[in-house]
Design a protein around this ligand. Structure first.
Ligand SMILES: Nc1ncnc2c1ncn2[C@@H]1O[C@H](COP(=O)(O)OP(=O)(O)OP(=O)(O)O)[C@@H](O)[C@H]1O
Ligand SMILES: [Mg+2]
Length: 305
């Protein structure tokens, strides 16, 4: 069944369940325009190579793997690019060890299945199937946290661009080009498993790196908005330098997400103390609150803050 078939009870159910949460917008597939919209609407400063490679992969219906350190925007950038590409909000699947087809494709309502059998009526479609039917993107977050069976299940869907539901004897096939997949992963996270060669062969891997000082300044301005008035340039430069030392030496390596939280908290701290400008003390106080995640980093934090 490759036709749009709203008569199909599962398709109908998907529209009923997920239709209202999927917001539509004009699709944007031109990478230069995408970069501009990412910045202006989503407040995301994205390195151009990320957008060019992602768009190139999508043109070939190939999934993309964003790999890089925590807090570098992988999840947010992935969600935004998928949304722009398909013109509909993307689904996010945060992986865990026990992720399986029932969680992402669909399962049966236990009581209803007892009463009426394992049929279309008792079947509950889940996000991956919904995304394929609605022709929208899916972000599969932290793929290394999932188990191998789950990754293998995805391989078949990626290759064939279709989802089979054996219990219902049904096959759903991708109809448009909106159904694209972005995986994210942090290979430095020691608790995580390796991805198989079979998996890596099928994805376009894109490495995320920390932003440059100039990029990070721009991100801070975009994210803090009016709160920037509370923070002098020299405090910003201090924070940027400290973050870089920590990225090099600390166990907990702060990402841009931490930098933004740190400076936001610094500005709000000044505001709550009814001060016009944040002081170096406010920066330090907020710094301990945001950057202290690991007892082994205590000494280093005392040194740099
Ligand atoms: N390039 C960027 N442009 C704008 N904001 C950014 C950027 N990178 C990181 N941020 C900040 O970090 C936050 C999002 O980080 P996100 O959670 O997407 O990172 P991540 O790489 O997925 O991290 P994790 O590995 O911890 O999941 C944003 O809300 C923003 O404050
Ligand atoms: Mg993430």
């Amino acid at each position: 069944m490759s036709e749009k078939n709203i008569e199909d009870p599962i398709v109908k159910k998907v529209h009923e369940i997920y239709g209202s949460v999927i917001k539509k917008r004009t699709p944007i597939r031109n990478p230069d325009l995408m970069l501009k919209v990412l910045r202006e609407e989503y407040k995301l400063v994205v390195k151009p190579y990320i957008v060019y490679l992602t768009v190139a992969a999508f043109m070939n219906s190939r999934p993309v793997l964003y790999e890089g350190p925590p807090g570098t925007g992988k999840t947010e950038i992935g969600e935004a690019i998928l949304t722009l590409w398909s013109g509909k909000s993307a689904f996010i699947l945060p992986c865990s060890e026990n992720y399986d087809e029932y969680r992402v494709i669909g399962d049966f309502h236990p009581a209803m299945a007892m009463a009426k059998g394992f049929n279309e009526e008792s079947f509950i479609p889940r996000p991956l199937l919904a995304a394929l039917i609605l022709d929208t993107g899916v972000l599969i977050d932290e793929i290394r946290r999932s188990n191998e069976d789950f990754q293998n299940l995805l391989l078949d869907i990626i290759d064939k661009r279709r989802i089979i539901i054996p219990e219902l004897k049904k096959v759903y096939v991708q109809r448009g080009h909106g159904f694209q997949i972005i995986f994210t992963s942090n290979p430095l996270d020691i608790a995580q498993s390796d991805l198989s060669d079979a998996f890596l062969r099928r994805v376009v891997r894109i490495e995320f790196k920390y932003p440059t000082i100039e990029e990070e300044i721009e991100i801070i301005k975009l994210r803090l908005g009016d709160l920037m008035n509370k923070i002098n340039d020299n405090l910003v430069m201090n924070a940027l330098k400290i973050i870089r030392v920590l990225r090099e030496k600390a166990i907990y390596k702060p990402g841009t997400a931490d930098l933004v939280s740190w400076l936001t908290l610094t500005a709000l701290l000044a505001e709550s103390k009814k001060k016009k400008k944040a002081s170096i003390e406010d920066l330090r106080e907020a710094g301990y609150a945001v950057l202290y995640k690991n007892t082994e980093d205590e000494e280093l934090l005392n040194e740099v803050l």
